[in-house]
Design a binder for this molecule. Structure first.
Ligand code: NAD
Length: 480
């Protein structure tokens, strides 16, 4: 069986134990045995990052550009092969997985350029003869903790800016999907990152993640994952004086108004709710539909859902791959049962037999729901969407804003008036008009409001807010 080691201080090293990475489309297919670090090994990785920071933080923009640019080229050149690793370990379909790898490559290319664009500002002082300069410096050693649902894109959108702005990294990928991050770290090492600049410690959140969060030698933590884990990590970072950034869950609304183009609305909802098996923080999980289009919308959704092929992520023609593991499958089914108990009607949502043993679940649409039901308040994170019928736009907006989350929100309408009003008044970090709530560009900020996010935005040039620290210098030339 293939073995995959941790990467610490420029060396591949065995962990304290190993964990098997299993294909959710085929439980008889084991991708390999992946090293599991303990706290001691995590501390070694942090020390290596600390040591490497002294030089990397002073490296030239050209050096950082070269490493990131070369890594980006390697990722793009190996898109098909890496996409297969990703689809095999996470279960999104091969085209989706190849797309995600391509995204990771583009992110590295973008941040290669950003390394060259770390500018500053000069202003005249309010005091005579003095000038003021504002410059950016790297934050230090950053710990990156990532979830399982984007096994290469999320590590990429944290590692690339961290390195571009001169930080050193210790990354802990999600326990379920270490393979894609392992490949990514190997590519970065081969692209010339000096020893200690990038370190990979695979293993459990309660061991490796905990060691990163509690270490006084880690200056900042960037976390993406669930609300409960994120809040606990945030509290610990605050207590130990670390900078931190949390990207967490969503309960994203997609509003469909009477005047929507029905086909556009149905495609946006099918994509947003069910593609990537609904396992996206930006998934459209609440479909808020006005009365005049409701019946036609539901009929159209059901017809499209019947045509979706659920099955092996690597097979041709699969639209929806498996659920990631048995725990997530149990959670999806538990929420469908809760929805039924609370008075909802479930279309779909049954288990699907594949040619292999896998966690296959048909997409589910829950109708006859009210905003107060748990299916409309809590994140399911599966191929499950609920529908809330409303009388008009005003009610739709109030329902859209009526949860603790605020990541992404969408509206399908042909009315400029409602689209403009929604864009301004919906409480979300990202707004989509006539397109799915999931699916974003890599060169612009990503993140949410309310319970979904905490701290500066990720991605695009905004990433520098987290990965750099601003210094204000007052210079009195007369005294120099
Ligand atoms: P999770 O919170 O269970 O785990 C996320 C990461 O935290 C994993 O690497 C895990 O090992 C680690 N972890 C767990 N306990 C820890 C601890 N005590 N200390 C430190 N680290 C610990 O989340 P998940 O199940 O992997 O991912 C699904 C969640 O991620 C969903 O809620 C989804 O909405 C969210 N998500 C959010 C975004 C976003 O950008 N907002 C993007 C993708 C996923």
């Amino acid at each position: 069986m293939s073995q995959f080691a941790n990467y610490i201080d420029g060396q591949w090293v065995d962990g304290a134990s190993v964990s098997r990475n299993v294909n959710p489309s085929n439980l008889d297919d084991v991708i390999g045995e992946f090293a599991q670090a303990d706290a001691e090994q995590t501390h070694r990785a942090i020390s290596a990052a600390r040591k490497a920071f002294a030089q990397w933080s002073l490296s030239t923009p050209q050096q950082r550009f070269d490493v990131l640019d070369q890594a980006g080229s390697a990722i793009l050149a190996r898109k098909a092969e890496l996409g297969k690793v990703l689809a095999r370990e996470e279960g999104k379909t091969l085209p989706e997985a190849i797309g995600e790898v391509g995204r990771a490559g583009q992110i590295f290319k973008f941040f290669a350029g950003e390394a060259l664009r770390v500018g500053g500002e000069v202003m005249p002082s309010v005091r005579p003869g003095m000038t003021v300069e504002m410059t950016r410096e790297p934050v230090g050693v950053v710990g990156l903790i990532t979830p399982w649902n984007f096994p290469i894109a999320i590590p990429a959108w944290k590692i690339a800016p961290a390195l571009a702005y001169g930080n050193t990294v210790v990354i802990k990928p999600a326990d379920l999907v270490p393979g894609s991050t392992w490949e990514l770290v190997k590519i970065i090492a081969e692209a010339g990152a000096p020893a200690g600049v990038i370190n990979l410690v695979m293993g459990r959140g309660s061991v490796v993640g905990e060691a990163l969060v509690s270490s006084p030698d880690v200056d900042a933590i960037s976390f993406t994952g669930s609300v409960s884990t994120g809040r606990a990590i945030g509290a610990k970072c605050f207590d130990s004086g670390k900078k931190f950034q949390l990207e967490m869950g969503g309960k994203n609304p997609m509003v469909v108004l009477d005047d929507a183009d029905l086909n556009v609305a149905i495609e946006a909802c099918i994509n947003g709710a069910f593609y990537s098996t609904g396992q996206r923080c930006t998934a459209s999980s609440r479909l808020i539909v006005t009365a005049g289009i409701y019946d036609r919308f539901i009929d159209g959704m059901k017809a499209r859902m019947r045509a979706l092929k659920v099955g092996d992520a690597l097979a041709d023609g699969t639209h929806i791959g498996p659920v990631v593991d048995d725990k997530q499958l149990a959670q999806d089914e538990r929420y469908l049962a809760i929805a039924r108990d609370e008075g909802g009607t479930v279309f779909g949502g049954e288990r699907v037999e594949g040619s292999t043993r896998g966690y296959f679940l048909a997409p589910a649409l829950v109708t006859e729901t009210t905003p107060a039901m748990r299916i409309n308040r809590e994140e399911v994170f599966g191929p499950v969407a609920s529908v809330i019928k409303v009388k008009d736009y005003q009610e739709a907006l109030a329902v859209a804003n009526g949860t603790e989350f605020g990541l992404s929100a969408g509206i399908c309408t042909t009315s400029l008036k409602y689209a403009s009003h929604f864009r301004r008044h919906v409480q979300a970090g990202m707004v989509m008009v006539n397109t799915a709530t999931a699916g974003v560009d890599y060169h612009v900020p990503f993140g949410g409001r309310k319970g979904s996010s905490y701290g500066p935005r990720e991605q695009g040039a905004y990433a520098r807010e987290f990965y750099t620290s601003v210094k204000t210098a007052y210079i009195n030339p007369g005294a120099v």
